[in-house]
Every structure is written in structure tokens, then in C-alpha cells.
Design a protein around this ligand. Structure first.
Ligand SMILES: NC(=O)c1ccc[n+]([C@@H]2O[C@H](COP(=O)([O-])OP(=O)(O)OC[C@H]3O[C@@H](n4cnc5c(N)ncnc54)[C@H](O)[C@@H]3O)[C@@H](O)[C@H]2O)c1
Length: 496
């Protein structure tokens, strides 16, 4: 037997069908009462023991307000891009929720644990609203966003039908493309030009045209194009001067994605790279980004298997568990899978996926635990699966006295469903960086590492891969920008 109160505050005796149900209810009530008392006591301690509610310091630098429309330009209108744009429109229409998006659903704790201040991220920093987003894109195929989304087969057709007029209105601009860099696909909607510099100029014209016709006050470029063949940096990538000369000479080390990056940065437009291509991870792009105050970040969205890897590997290291081998395989049947079936594109992806364990586990610091680990990544194109990938991991670990153990992870995920909220957050955070006096001239936005498999850093710095360190870095950056205390999780002051 337990009590309940009606909407008018009247007390009633509650009847339970079994004694067990009544006991369970009572336990829950007691637990809630304890929790409420603990909170009251913590607040009292904070008031009486001098643990003050942290007051905001002066903000570091200034952040311009997010006034007007934000234009999102997407090279590559495939599965990820269409799932993102259709999702934004569905959310705007109240048909769905922005699940997976830190900017839309996440909160940020401020001050002491006793302060009970945890605003939503989007209320804490001035981000563009979803209603202010306008879109354009480039693709080698002529399909509009509705047709491309239907072909990608990620979203249910009933949802797509409701978004049809909006999605059909977004038609791809002609792409800068060269089959030699993405061997598995070819298409008709491609620009022609006398050299790569001419193509860059045509992209710059597109950017200006979109800004004018959409009425956007600010722009962002978000690479959602296919993974290009593996390229290593050469002399041509070392400075703006060398790169411009190479553009005019049609240097084959300049891939199409680099031409988009150059055009955007020349227009002062921030650029995010969702694929593992070098694209903006080059000295020339860093130079341009800094000079034109157009922030850059990349590379390769951290969605399924690598997300799991960067959660599990830090746990092994934290507990000093050894790793003898990690075998990761993927079965996927979308166009991305087809592109990655080519050895050149696969090599680019493989490099991006392999780096993670080395950096997290640091074999040079822990040779007995990680000195002999065997790490293998495979990607298998298997059309029946479409976008619904299977990422399968076999992990061989060892513990106390060297005894071996195994972990199996089988992640039946939806690639683009995991990628779309990342695209949204990157768009909004990069736009924030561009409006922020302290960030806009930095070039690489390392605080956005949270979203990438292969986070970009300045030369000489190793990337941070641990998902929770990345999240702390991101949130501390936001706190720092707003003059709030950074959270170190030290917590000794609660016990003074
Ligand atoms: N979905 C994920 O979970 C995920 C995770 C990490 C990285 N990525 C990367 O994101 C990118 C997009 O993935 P997707 O599943 O949407 O692939 P997709 O094949 O469905 O779409 C890519 C699109 O890019 C177009 N394209 C290729 N080169 C182009 C160019 N030079 N200019 C304009 N368009 C071009 C293609 O025609 C295609 O429509 C890929 O590089 C993929 O590796 C995806």
C-alpha cells in the first residue's frame, strides 16, 4: 500500500495488485526521497562552506550573433547528404526528432555539480537555428535531392513523400570530378575547364551565385563526396603559391576534393571533410584557412565501427588489459561500399581506420601490453545490405598473468543515420567558429575531433582519439569561449 496525490494535491491510498508491486513502489519512493534529500544537503553545504556557484568570467574574445540564413554547400549529394538534408526538413516540420545531435539534444554542465546548471548546448552558445539553414550541392549525377534520397534507400518512402517538394527543389550543380580519383563511378554532370585553376574559378562562381540567390549571410562547405584514391602530400601541397602553380599545370596530385577546398577557403568559407581524403589536411589549406579566417576540420566521420573502437580501446588501456589482436570487418552495400571496393579508395579509408588504436594504446609507452598487437581492417562490398552495414569485430585481449580473453562486437548499424547528426553538428559548430574571434583565425578546429575517425591536428601533434576525452575537449572549448570555468573533474572541493 502506498500514497499518491491527484492534480489538485489531494492524497489517495494507492492499491497494488500484488505485495511485490507495492514493495517495489515503496523502494522507488524511498530512493527518490534519498536523492532529493542528498541534493538539498549538497546545496546547503555549497551555501555554508563557501563553495560558491561559479560565476561566469569575462568571455574570451567575442562571438558574433548568428544573424540571417546559413548556406550549407555539399559536394556529394549521396546517402549521407540526403539523409542529413531530409532529416533537417523533417525536424523543421515536426515529423521527427534530431536524435544523435549534440547541438540539438545535448546539455552542458556549468560550474559545480551542486550548482545544478546544465543548459542545452544550443542555448549556451549562439548557434544558427535549423529554420535558418538553406542548402545547395554538387554531384556528378543529375538527380535532385528527392531522387538521390530515394536511390540511396536510407529513409522510408512515406517520409520522403512528405518532403518531396522541398527535396526536389535542391538540384545538383555540375561537379568538379575526375574518374581517375574515384574509379568505381562516373557521371554526366561534370564541369569542363581549361585547367584545374579554371575549375576552381567555376566553383568560386557557384559559391557566389548561391550566396546571392539564397540570401545567405554566411556559408559552410561540407564534403560528403566519395572517398578518393590514396594520395600523399607532395611539393604542390606545401604552400598557396606552389598549389596555385600546380592548379594551372593540372598537377595530378591535386584531387577534385582539394579544388573544392581551395575554392571555399579562397571565398573565406569554412570547410569540413567527412571523407578520409587529404583534402584540407595539407599545409596549403592551413595557410589559406588562417589567412582568410575560414576554419577547417576533418577527416572521415566517426560513425559505426570506429566509434565503438574509440570507446572500447580506452577502456582496455584504463584497466591495463593487453591486446594481442583486433580484426574488424565490414559488410556494406551502398554506393560508398562500391567506391571502397576499389583498392585506391580502400587504401585511403584503411589508413584512416588503422591509426586509431596506435594513438589510443600508445605501444611505445606500454610495450608489454600493446607492443605486439595485430590490427586488421577489411571492407567488403555486399549489395544486399544497402546502407545497413554490419561492422563485425573480434578482439583478443589478455589479463592478469597473461590469460587470454575474447570480445565480439557485431554492430548492425545504419551508416547514414549515424552520419547525419554529425553533419548537422559540424555545420553549426563550424559556423560558430567562423563567428568567434578566438577561433576563426586558428585554422584547424581540433575541438571538433569528436566527430572524426582521423582528427586533423597541427603538424607535430598526435591526434586525440578517445571519444570521452574528445567530448570533454569540445565542451571545455565551449565553456572557455563563454568565460565559464573549465571542468577538470577534480572535485576535491566537495570534501573540504
Ligand atoms: N556514412 C557513414 O557512416 C560515413 C562515415 C565516414 C565517412 N563517410 C564518407 O562520407 C562520404 C559520403 O558517403 P555516402 O554514403 O553518402 O556515399 P555516396 O556514394 O552515397 O555519396 C557520395 C556522392 O558523392 C558524389 N561525388 C563523388 N565525387 C564527387 C565530386 N568530385 N564532386 C561532387 N560529387 C561527387 C557521388 O556521385 C555520390 O553521389 C564518403 O566519402 C564516405 O566514405 C561516410
Amino acid at each position: 500500500m502506498a500514497d499518491w496525490w491527484d492534480a489538485d494535491g489531494r492524497r489517495h491510498r494507492k492499491q497494488f495488485s500484488t505485495a511485490a508491486a507495492a514493495r517495489e513502489h515503496e523502494h522507488r519512493e524511498t530512493a527518490m526521497a534519498h536523492a532529493m534529500r542528498a541534493t538539498r544537503e549538497m546545496k546547503k553545504v555549497a551555501r555554508t562552506s563557501g563553495t560558491k556557484r561559479s560565476s561566469p568570467k569575462t568571455e574570451s574574445g567575442t562571438i558574433e550573433a548568428a544573424k540571417g540564413k546559413l548556406g550549407v554547400m555539399i559536394p556529394g549529394m549521396g546517402a549521407v547528404a540526403t539523409t542529413f538534408v531530409a532529416g533537417v526538413e523533417a525536424i523543421r516540420k515536426g515529423l521527427a526528432k534530431p536524435i544523435g545531435s549534440l547541438t540539438q539534444m545535448g546539455t552542458i554542465r556549468l560550474g559545480k555539480r551542486t550548482d545544478a546548471r546544465s543548459p542545452k548546448v544550443k542555448e549556451f552558445v549562439p548557434l544558427a537555428g535549423l529554420d535558418d539553414l538553406v542548402f545547395t550541392g554538387w554531384d556528378i549525377f543529375e538527380d535532385n535531392m528527392y531522387e538521390a534520397a530515394s536511390n540511396a534507400g536510407v529513409l522510408d518512402y512515406r517520409l520522403l513523400e512528405q518532403l518531396k517538394p522541398f527535396l526536389s527543389s535542391i538540384k545538383p550543380r555540375a561537379a568538379v570530378f575526375d574518374h581517375n580519383y574515384v574509379k568505381k563511378i562516373d557521371g554526366p554532370n561534370v564541369k569542363k575547364g581549361k585547367n584545374k585553376m579554371d575549375l576552381a574559378q567555376q566553383l568560386r562562381d557557384d559559391i557566389r551565385d548561391f550566396k546571392k540567390t539564397s540570401g545567405a549571410s554566411r556559408l559552410i562547405t561540407m564534403w560528403c563526396g566519395s572517398t578518393e584514391s590514396y594520395i600523399e602530400p607532395t611539393e604542390a601541397h606545401q604552400s598557396v603559391k606552389a598549389f596555385e602553380k600546380a592548379l594551372k599545370e593540372n598537377d595530378e596530385m591535386i584531387a577534385p576534393s582539394m579544388i573544392y577546398a581551395y575554392a571555399s577557403l579562397m571565398e573565406g568559407v569554412p570547410f569540413a571533410n567527412g571523407a578520409p581524403n587529404l583534402t584540407v589536411d595539407l599545409p596549403v589549406m592551413l595557410e589559406l584557412s588562417r589567412k582568410n579566417e575560414a576554419p577547417i576540420c576533418g577527416k572521415d566521420f566517426k560513425t559505426g565501427q570506429t566509434l565503438m573502437k574509440t570507446v572500447l580501446a580506452p577502456a582496455f588501456k584504463a584497466r591495463l588489459l593487453g591486446l594481442s589482436g583486433w580484426y574488424s570487418t565490414n559488410i556494406l552495400g551502398n554506393r560508398d561500399g562500391e567506391v571502397l571496393d576499389d583498392p585506391g579508395s580502400f587504401k585511403t579509408k584503411e589508413e584512416s581506420k588503422l591509426g586509431v588504436l596506435e594513438h589510443i594504446l600508445q605501444p611505445s609507452l606500454y610495450p608489454e601490453l600493446y607492443g605486439n598487437m595485430y590490427h586488421k581492417v577489411r571492407i567488403n562490398y555486399y549489395p544486399p545490405r544497402g546502407d545497413n552495414k554490419e561492422g563485425w569485430d573480434n578482439i583478443d585481449i589478455f589479463g592478469w598473468l597473461g590469460y587470454p580473453m575474447q570480445i565480439k562486437v557485431d554492430f548492425l548499424c545504419r551508416d547514414s543515420i549515424l552520419a547525419a547528426p554529425i553533419v548537422l553538428d559540424l555545420v553549426l559548430f563550424l559556423d560558430l567558429a567562423k563567428r568567434c574571434s578566438e577561433l576563426k583565425g586558428l585554422g584547424i578546429q581540433e575541438w571538433l575531433s569528436f566527430y572524426f575517425k582521423s582528427p586533423m591536428t597541427v603538424p607535430g601533434l598526435y591526434p586525440e582519439h578517445d571519444l570521452f576525452i574528445q567530448l570533454m575537449k569540445l565542451k571545455n572549448t565551449l565553456r572557455h569561449l563563454k568565460g565559464e570555468e573549465l571542468i577538470t573533474h577534480l572535485g576535491l572541493e566537495y570534501y573540504d
